[in-house]
Design a protein around this ligand. Structure first.
Ligand code: ATP
Length: 241
């Protein structure tokens, strides 16, 4: 149902040695909406993604997906439940072709090769790489690699997609197409999106809701518009003050 949080983070604290990367962070991501995680370098944005994906272990707090407490689950189990992520630096298998890269993710769900190939071709088409099906991943441009990342994430059949700097390093003319693609993930596939992104223009085109983190703590939360108008956010993102 639409107004329930798909993801709920309660009082999450993550520390690395003496560094508190996140402190008592609360977050509710509503189903079918796109939520931006804002904050300056070192604010804890990537750590929050890592905690939700299960690759860092919180020292306290709880993470729920729907009604399920996933706090203690391994990343592979969370992936099966429908949490997928992309990385700031894309990580395709550079020696494999575009479709093979996507097939790897499908086959690992236990699907046979022939079926996996058909399903992979679907995702590759969806992200606009149909013409590159058999191209080695290493020959792709940055923008194309970002699309391949999205296709690989789709291959896990996500309910919740964590996007880390999905337009980072992409040349300006290619950005609108990637944004359009992400909007279609929500509209056509019902995927809930959490996004970390430094480009404000991009965020305005994508996010409904936002939180602003600073030094591991939530400073502001609300609609994307409300959060963007907050002084602390303007100082960081628009160079005001
Ligand atoms: P950026 O915008 O630069 O990517 P961020 O908001 O994603 O920053 P994080 O990468 O989550 O911030 O880092 C939060 C804090 O935790 C920083 O002080 C960082 O140095 C520290 N940190 C993150 N990961 C680790 C780790 N694996 N080991 C030690 N410290 C870490």
């Amino acid at each position: 149902t639409l107004m329930e949080p798909l993801l709920q983070v309660d009082q999450l604290t993550v520390t690395f040695g003496g560094i508190v990367a996140l402190r008592d962070v609360d977050l509710r991501v509503m189903s079918g909406r796109t939520t931006a995680i804002l904050g300056p370098n070192g604010a804890g944005k990537t750590t929050l993604f890592n905690a939700v994906a299960g690759v860092v272990t919180p020292s306290s707090g709880r993470i729920l997906l729907g009604d399920a407490d996933i706090s203690a689950e391994r990343p592979s189990i969370r992936s099966k439940r429908g949490i997928a992520r992309t990385f700031q630096i894309t990580q395709p298998f550079s020696g494999l072709t575009v479709i093979e890269n996507v097939m790897v993710a499908i086959v690992s769900r236990g699907v046979g090769m022939a079926e996996a190939r058909d399903e992979a071709a679907d995702y590759v088409d969806f992200v606009g790489l149909g013409a590159k099906l058999d191209a080695p991943a290493r020959t792709l441009s940055t923008g194309q690699r970002k699309r391949l990342e999205l296709a690989r994430a789709l291959a896990t059949r996500p309910r919740l997609l964590l996007l880390d700097e999905v337009t980072g390093g992409v040349d300006r003319p290619s950005i609108p197409e990637i944004l359009d693609l992400i909007r279609r993930l929500r509209e056509e596939r019902g995927i809930t999106v959490l996004v970390v992104e430094h480009n404000m223009e991009v965020l305005f085109g994508l996010a409904d809701d936002a939180i602003f983190l600073n030094r591991g703590e939530v400073v502001v939360r609300g609609s994307m518009q409300e959060v963007a108008e907050h002084d602390a956010v303007r100082r960081i993102y628009l160079g005001d003050g």
